[in-house]
Design a protein around this ligand. Structure first.
Ligand code: FAD
Length: 539
């Protein structure tokens, strides 16, 4: 099979034109082409009046070696690499020490799935509820302003990304193509096939719900166990070696291999692990607001006359500005045609995030506009100081929003002018249970407010209309990534001071997003499997 990269065609080309472009690139006749398929499809929208689709194609041709030799100077044509996943281990019969996985976010789910596929029959523990019940609790906050601290946007089956845009791309280095395995498993669980080839795949919320159920069923079928409402209270430790976990109800589950995939919001668990002596350190994260614009405005700015084209879908954006106070302001987790969601997990606090459905056809585009912060400058002194900083601004947002789980909001024009908003403009907020119009300048540290004010006109130069006075800010966005890193050894992937503990995913500081958390889950499953086999060998 040959891989042909950089095949470029106009947006509205036919299937026949794609085939003809391939034949031309390979300089072969139609009778020499056995079949071809699309490996990846992306677009180049730099020239809005002439948007191009860019393909990587896989083609089976007659006399492949001859064709490849003839085209050897073309660096965009090569043999198709084999990126199919290869299991690193298989569990021996009669294994008694079952690995434990804490958390059913993408990291825990993939760690559990891979361990189950290799025959290790993991026990997976989740503090929140199964996804259907969890959905009801999450709607409880969104519709009635009632927060369930154990079952919400952050906690429960599927983890933090279940009620999300389901964006499935990442900039991580992935030399073993583990991301491909993640996407394949998602397709098996019900994701649309296109996620395998479009450059920026997304799934949307509804499908994610049934996908995580399907993955759970698969794990159980393979001999694994998945338990909900099972919060791990603490580790059972003996001389720096994990010997199991203790649940909040006092039940003890023995295991010498514990995957810690708890996400970035399990603050109580971070504190408990810190008390137990597990090594962790503060890490940088970001603070900011969500901004909403009309999606049609973003589409026109990005795609010009092709706005609304079905292949392009709702437009996204990615913006960065280096402010004169030394801070970087950037857009994060952009959700085209989506809604801003209440993402708090602690009572008396307000946190924003974004989600969308697969169709991405809601009226507003939203994204976090955040400012990078670092422990050395902004929260020095204690490994968990970042958590307290997040709590401070989330509590402030709750208070400024009226202490009812409404979020404080302000129009962009008023934010720049430094005056409170009193009425909405053309952008109607999507956040439920509702927003409270106010002045956001007290809702973040002064350096962040200054940097965001400076960034808006700069962003307007990149996306015409971005600085519109009626765009709406809703606050606060505090959970862009974990404020903590639970350090692990590069080879064994075990905690650097707690043997048998495998810190993983976003909460431990080793992933940021659904795809990278899934990839880290696979890496961790491999490390656990190899560690179990090694210990059996030396015993
Ligand atoms: P999590 O998904 O946070 O999962 C951790 C799990 O551990 C949770 O289910 C939690 O209940 C459980 N847990 C915690 N403590 C304990 C304990 N003590 N005992 C038992 N269980 C415990 N990323 C994207 O790539 N694309 C997106 O479109 C996207 N949109 C998002 C939208 C929203 C609203 C949110 C909140 C996040 C979004 N993200 C998105 C981020 C993404 O969801 C996370 O990066 C990802 O879920 C991290 O995976 P994880 O498995 O490491 O942790």
């Amino acid at each position: 099979m040959l891989r042909i990269n950089e095949v470029k065609l106009p947006l509205d080309h036919s299937e026949e034109e794609l085939k003809q472009a391939l034949l031309k690139r390979l300089a072969i006749s139609a009778s020499d082409l056995i079949r071809f398929s699309i490996f990846k499809r992306s677009y180049d929208a730099r020239k809005r009046a002439a948007i191009l689709l860019i393909y990587s194609l896989d083609a089976e041709v007659k006399q492949e070696a001859t064709v490849l030799k003839r085209l050897s100077s073309d660096r965009h044509i090569m043999l198709t690499p084999n990126i199919e996943y290869q299991y690193v281990a298989s569990a021996p019969d009669g294994l008694t020490d079952r690995p434990v996985v804490i958390g059913t976010g993408p990291c825990g789910l993939f760690a559990g799935l891979l361990l189950a596929q290799m025959g290790f029959k993991p026990i997976i523990l989740e503090r929140g509820k199964a996804v259907r019940e969890r959905t009801k609790d999450t709607w409880g906050l969104w519709r009635k302003g009632e927060l369930n601290p154990e079952s919400n946007v952050q906690y429960g089956e599927g983890g933090a990304g279940t009620f999300s845009d389901g964006k499935l791309y990442s900039q991580i280095k992935d030399p073993k193509h583990l991301g491909h395995k993640v996407l394949q498993e998602f397709v098996k669980a019900g994701a649309p096939d296109e996620i395998m080839y479009v450059s920026k795949p997304h799934i949307g919320t509804f499908r994610l719900v049934s996908m995580v159920e399907s993955m759970r069923a698969n794990i159980i079928e393979l001999g694994g166990e998945v338990r909900f409402s099972s919060k791990v209270e603490q580790l059972i430790l003996n001389n720096g070696q994990v010997e199991g976990v203790e649940l909040a109800n006092g039940e003890k589950i023995p295991s010498k291999h514990v995957v810690l995939a708890i996400g970035h919001s399990a603050r109580d668990t971070f504190y408990k692990l810190f008390e137990q002596g597990v090594y962790m350190e503060a890490k940088p994260f970001s603070l900011g607001f969500r901004v909403e614009h009309p999606q049609t405005m973003i589409d026109s700015a990005r795609f010009g006359p092709s706005a609304g084209h079905p292949i392009l879908g709702a437009a996204d954006y990615k913006l960065v500005h280096h402010a004169s106070n030394g801070r970087s302001v950037y857009s994060f987790c952009m959700c085209p045609g989506g809604t801003v969601v209440a993402a708090a997990s602690e009572p008396g606090r307000v946190v924003t995030n974004g989600m969308s459905q697969y169709s991405r056809n809601e009226r507003n585009a939203n994204a976090a506009i955040v400012v990078g912060i670092t422990p050395e400058i902004d929260f020095p002194g204690h490994p968990l100081a970042g958590i307290e900083l997040q709590r401070k601004w989330e509590s402030k947002a709750f208070e400024v929003g009226g202490s009812t789980y409404q979020a404080p909001a302000q129009k962009l024009g008023d934010f720049l002018a430094g005056k409170p908003s009193t009425e909405f403009g053309v952008v109607v907020p999507s956040y439920t249970p509702g927003v409270h119009l106010t002045d956001l300048s007290d809702c973040l540290p002064e350096y962040a407010i200054t940097a965001i004010r400076e960034a808006m006109p700069a962003f307007d130069k990149q996306i015409k209309g971005f600085g519109m006075a009626d765009a709406l800010f809703t606050g606060v966005e505090t959970r862009t990534s974990s404020p903590v890193r639970i350090k692990r050894d590069n080879d064994s992937l075990q905690s650097i001071n707690t043997k048998g503990l495998f810190p993983a995913g976003e909460g431990a500081g080793y992933a940021g997003g659904i795809l990278s958390a899934g990839v880290d889950g696979i890496k961790i499953a491999e490390a656990v499997a190899l560690s179990i086999l090694h210990e059996l060998k030396v015993a």
